[in-house]
Design a protein around this ligand. Sequence first.
Ligand SMILES: Nc1nc2c(ncn2[C@@H]2O[C@@H]3COP(=O)(O)O[C@H]4[C@@H](O)[C@H](n5cnc6c(=O)[nH]c(N)nc65)O[C@@H]4COP(=O)(O)O[C@H]3[C@H]2O)c(=O)[nH]1
Length: 787
Amino acid sequence: MLAILTCVTQNHDEKILFLAAVVCAIGIYASSAIAAHAGRSEGLTRRQWAAASIVASGCTAWATHVIALLAFLPGMAAGFEPVLTALSLILVISGIGAGVWLSLGERRRTRRFAAGAILGLGIAVLHYVGQASYRVTGQVAWDMLLVSSSILVGLVLSGTALVAAGERSRTWRRCAVPLLLSSITVLHLGGMTAMTLIYDPRIPLPDTAIAPATIAPIIAAVSLGLLMLAFVGLRMTLNAKAQLRRDRERLRELASLALEGLAVCEEGTITTANHSLEQLSGMTQAELIGCSISRLLPSLVLADLPEQEERDTKLLDAGGQSVPVRVLCKDITLGHKRQTVFAFRDQRERLKSEARLRALAFTDAVTGLANRARFGDLLQHHAAVAREREEGCIAVLMLDLDRFKFVNDTFGHGMGDELLRKVAGRLTAAVTEADVVARLGGDEFAVLLYGVADGERPQQVAARIVEAVDRAFLLDGQLVHVGVSVGIAITPGGGTGPEELLRNADLALYKAKAEGRGAFRMFEPAMAERMQARNRMETDLRRALAAGEFELHFQPLVDVQSGEVTAAEALVRWRHPEQGLISPADFIPLAEETGLIVPLGEWVLRTACTQAASWPQEIKVAVNLSPVQVRDDRLPETVAAILREIGLEPGRLELEITEGVLLDGEERTLAMLTRLRAIGVGLAMDDFGTGYSSLSYLRRFPFSKIKIDRSFVCLLPDDAESAAIVRAIITMGAGLGMATTVEGVENAEQYAFVAAEHCGQVQGYHVSRPLPGPAFLGFLSGMEAAA
Ligand SMILES: Nc1nc2c(ncn2[C@@H]2O[C@@H]3COP(=O)(O)O[C@H]4[C@@H](O)[C@H](n5cnc6c(=O)[nH]c(N)nc65)O[C@@H]4COP(=O)(O)O[C@H]3[C@H]2O)c(=O)[nH]1
């Protein structure tokens, strides 16, 4: 170290040495400014400026070295061997070129270090080939230890310089030039100190040696070139900075208009942020600028963020709160610099409205209970869990309100909704918080219980529900009674999959309703079998209708006063190819459920009217109408058309309607019956006394006849209560101007009783059983002959 210091201070002309340093500094500035410009350029221009930068670097190193040699004071004549001097220039340009080329785009430090070492090697070769070209009148001796140590240190320094140049950190990058300068200095001064010149007049300077005075102008020209290049570089740098300022300003103006938060980053550090980002992050502009983007987006690996692809993540705001954001990043060139723009879209409102929508999609709007979709999801989930864990069962309770339609039609839909809300409240109160209550639609509710051990808890819950809904509801100041029927299916016997459970709970519900409503039933496998049999029958029924397997029997109605047959009731029969004659009680309910009653009823009506047309004029025909038919708006037109088609007088047709029809909604039924009456047909209230009959019904509805149900007749004449009822109805009918028919008269005593009570007509086995058409005609002839 001392030797180097002595060499610098004693063996060098300090002014020229200073000049070498100045040329070196100018050259390095020119090379790096041009290299930076190359980095900002594209394509061929980029390559050309990169080559110029390499040549400038080589020339800088070479000129510095030669000027430093000129500063050296050997104390004897000295000169430069031209070939080696030129070769040293070529070698240093090649070395620097190779080093730079290898380091371009290289992120691995070891590779960059190797590239830097190659670059350093070029400079070392420059020095030692250059020094070899330095000739004096004497001998040159070398301190090889110093040579090799200066090369080693020089290579390490130049390798480290290129490692630093490629680092992300600005501080490290700033160290690159001083490190490279140190490498050059060490190589030069080390080489100079290692060289010992021994004056020997016997060794003259070679003839070809160029005198220092001759090489000085060449060096001056090269230095001037470097100086010019430095100016060009300076100009380009200033332009680039101005461009960057303009671009940033323009971007800031644009960004201030954006509703989304925007941040422009340079190597992960925010350089520009807009007002929206300030609001989103709760940070001021001053806090944002210079802040690392990772501080805002801690959960995002920025290197993995593809360009132009939105990512949902969390933004950490000033208060440490996570704000859900959607981030989009894009690399842009700003004033020739690669920068990254991050756009932040606040997701809070979107997520809130999505959550609201999700809640709406899974909630029943009327009751606020879970809806069908939500119930289906929960059932699927819990059924899967129950299957996997094999512990605990789940139970599905299907509920159907018994008289909801009546309430809805009578009090209106607003009250119907109110009732549903009240029912929902009672259902929720009847279960625990862990259980799920849902409204599946209309008056259909469902309950899901999980973790049940056996049928005991589901049955207890069902009993509580039946009891709760059975209590009267106060609606618009009126007490309203509705009941509920419940069907229960429990895993695994009642099914394991969600659909199976629902289907089986439905079957149990069907059974509960069929057995009288206001009750609950557990699913039993026999129910499924019965349902299958029912399904088979339905298919059979459709086929029978097409195949003409139905026939009509007629039961005479006798006028008590005259003893003559005045009418006959048409009663349908199904002559099944295998099962023989099937009673209507066995298939009419199914035909009603499936809607098949409409075509079947039309067939009955047409057939009954056709047959009646061939009977004596004074005999009427009575046809039963199902409530389903009465609900059909086209019924009056159908009846009128059939009568017209057959040519039967409307007065000869009597339509029998059960009281149940009146429950369908008074106004609608009244309108329908009025339209039927307008055709001229008679209307009989069938099975009177069994349903919800009231005197007001009889007064309001245009019935021409009451048929007293046979349940009141079977105990006559001995049962005083039955006798009183029958007597009362006959009296009431007479009072209202309606004819009365007593059904189910099976013996002479009953006949005598009703005759004594002045009933109009009698129907029953005592007169005749229902007879096929020809037999009925035979019966009529028989009656005529007897008379
Ligand atoms: N025990 C007893 N029974 C007697 C006596 N006299 C008549 N019956 C039976 O009582 C039922 C009278 O018909 P309904 O009350 O209208 O009751 C009918 C009616 O509601 C329905 N029905 C029959 N045919 C039709 C039809 O064409 N359309 C519709 N919608 N319903 C029908 O099926 C029900 C049953 O019909 P059926 O089995 O034919 O049974 C008939 C008849 O056979 C008697 O003295 N003692």
